[in-house]
Write a protein that binds this ligand. Structure first.
Ligand code: NAP
Length: 278
């Protein structure tokens, strides 16, 4: 298949490497000529250009830009697409984006490969990024089944675990397991910094070990990612934050009122539930 990739960063570059390894012909689009040269040199694309018109021959386009640029990119692609060319994306939040992109191009299929790395950019791209990771496809009721099937087949060929759900269910689910943890983890770091006794704070920083490393990891990561989650998945994130505040208030009450058996029951229920998320 001839596949266009717009945005040759971590995800676009990784898709290019994986798809070329499967024998597809990959046409890349990047804003900067240097990125075009780097993508060809890395082997992430067969050819690259800055003009969307170069995608006229492709059978499918994967939009791998930051979220804000996805729907405008789909709109800009329209004059260059043949009928029934499938356009898909990789954005980490789906809601309004899928509606907007579908309004521009009915053969748009929203998707989110749930794979990533701490590093961004083409240099961090890896062909095996999607293997054994979830690849969520988020069509609308009106999305043509043939378009959905083509994206499902492609995701399966990457050896990803393909799932299908509505854009809003996707956004609510990722709010709980991805976006809320970033805010909770960031709040944990900020709460520790509220310690006014400098000796205690220094001691805490010296003593922190694997438990703090695990619980602070996502909150101490790339701030741009957290900001993106809050801006584009605001409603679902607020819903999750409210649920978390309710739970935190409940557990605070159990400690204040020394309800140790109720606290033990909560902690046991959490211990038993954790494997269902992992
Ligand atoms: P990235 O490494 O920063 O790459 C983004 C690419 O998009 C860069 O090549 C950048 O090119 C290009 N770009 C930026 N603004 C653009 C614009 N206005 N028009 C055209 N191209 C533009 O980011 P990424 O991690 O690959 O993320 C890309 C998409 O994947 C996002 O929508 C994100 O939500 C999604 N995603 C990310 C992850 C993750 O963990 N990183 C996981 C799943 C999905 P320049 O070099 O010209 O700036």
């Amino acid at each position: 298949m001839r596949i266009g990739i717009v945005g040759l960063g971590l995800i676009g570059g990784s898709l290019g490497l994986a798809l070329r390894a499967l024998g597809h012909q990959v046409y890349g689009i990047a804003r900067h000529p240097d990125t075009c040269v780097a993508a060809v040199t890395l082997g992430a694309v067969d050819s690259a250009a800055s003009d969307l018109a170069s995608l006229a021959p492709v059978d499918m386009v994967m939009v791998c830009t930051p979220i804000a640029a996805i729907a405008p990119t789909v709109q800009a692609l329209v004059p260059h697409l043949s009928p029934e060319t499938v356009v898909t994306d990789v954005g980490s939040v789906k809601g309004d984006l899928v509606q907007a992109a579908t309004a521009h191009w009915p053969w748009f299929v929203g998707a989110h490969p749930m794979a990533g790395k701490a590093e961004a950019g083409l240099a961090a791209a890896a062909a095996n990024l999607f293997m054994d990771r979830a690849y969520v496809i988020t069509p609308l009721p009106e999305t043509p089944p043939a378009a959905i099937a083509r994206v499902q087949d492609l995701a399966q060929s990457l050896r990803a675990k393909v799932l299908t759900c509505s854009p809003s269910d996707h956004d609510c689910a990722v709010a709980w397991i991805s976006h809320l943890p970033v805010m909770v983890s960031s709040s944990l770091i900020q709460a520790c910094l509220q310690e006014s006794d400098k000796t205690v704070l220094k001691l805490a920083q010296t003593l922190s070990s694997s438990g703090f490393a695990s619980t602070s990891r996502v909150g101490g990561g790339n701030p741009e990612l957290g900001l993106m989650m809050a801006r584009y998945n605001r409603e679902a994130l607020l819903r999750s934050l409210q649920g978390y505040q309710t739970q935190l208030a409940a557990i605070t009450h159990l400690v204040e009122t020394e309800q140790w058996s109720a606290l033990a029951a909560t902690l046991t229920a959490s211990q038993q539930a954790r494997p269902q998320f992992l």
